[in-house]
Ligand binder design. Structure first.
Ligand code: PGA
Length: 248
């Protein structure tokens, strides 16, 4: 059985003080969670939020990591720098990074390996654009993202995959539960072909894109969907807690 994982992606929201206030509100609300709970926060929030999460069942995540151990990479953050503060997960290749910051399958791959080498758990994002879906290219795009982005993985279940159709992110348009389930099923099948079928059965694949307190139950009831990567709805403790308790 795959343990569900609900992760918040705060994106560029919350100063450290606001982040601490949010997790302090969230901690008692999700203390009884039956799934893994993660908050992926801005770099500058990490030290304070890490401190605030001590002793709780909420794990800390970052939103990016550089692939080099150290060196002349102005503005970047290494895996060791994240580890120092108890970061456990790191989002890699979010569509906003691919769209606005030139992230490619190749850089996603390098970042993923650097994260794994340092003992972080990568949450690697994949997903198609609206045009790609409408022109029937979804499976082709996802296949390339898996083949190139995840290249060289010994065990695909050492990472978490987030399937985020770009057209559903921040738009209020959710993929239907059936659409999300079918596409995640395809991703799992593809992982079975590229890696090994056994690891593909074990890898946790989240859905992301306008997941909220209302639609989470239906999405999470789908057999292929093992969790959610939540943007907007992770910024309010009550909403995020309701998603964590999707089966209640
Ligand atoms: P959203 O963002 O929930 O606001 O659509 C999801 C994501 O981008 O991870």
């Amino acid at each position: 059985m795959r343990r569900p994982i609900i992760a918040g992606n705060w994106k560029m929201n919350n100063t450290a003080a606001a982040g601490v206030a949010l997790v302090n509100e969230l901690k008692p609300l999700v203390a009884d969670a039956e799934c893994d709970v993660v908050v992926c926060v801005p770099f500058t929030d990490i030290p304070a939020v890490s401190e605030a999460l001590k002793g709780s069942n909420i794990a800390l995540g970052a939103q990016n990591v550089h692939f080099a151990e150290k060196g002349a990479y102005t503005g970047e953050i290494s895996a060791d720098m994240l580890k120092e503060y108890g970061v456990k997960y790191v989002i890699i290749g979010h569509s906003e990074r691919r769209q606005y910051f030139g992230e490619t399958n190749e850089t996603v791959n390098k970042r993923m390996h650097a994260a794994l080498a340092a003992g972080l758990i990568p949450i690697v994002c994949v997903g198609e654009s609206l045009e790609e879906r409408e022109t029937g290219k979804t499976e082709q795009v996802l296949s390339v993202q898996i083949e190139e982005g995840l290249k060289g993985l010994e065990d695909v279940s050492s990472i978490v995959i987030a399937y985020e159709p770009v057209w559903a992110i921040g738009t209020g348009k959710t993929a239907t539960a059936e659409q999300a389930n079918e596409t995640i099923g395809f991703i799992r099948k593809k992982c079975g072909e590229v890696f090994c079928p056994k690891c593909a059965e074990k890898v946790r694949i989240q859905y992301g894109g306008s997941m909220n307190a209302k639609n989470c139950k239906e999405l999470m009831a789908m057999p292929e969907i093992d969790g959610g990567l939540i943007g907007g709805a992770s910024l309010k403790a009550q909403d995020f807690s309701q998603i964590v308790h999707y089966n209640k």
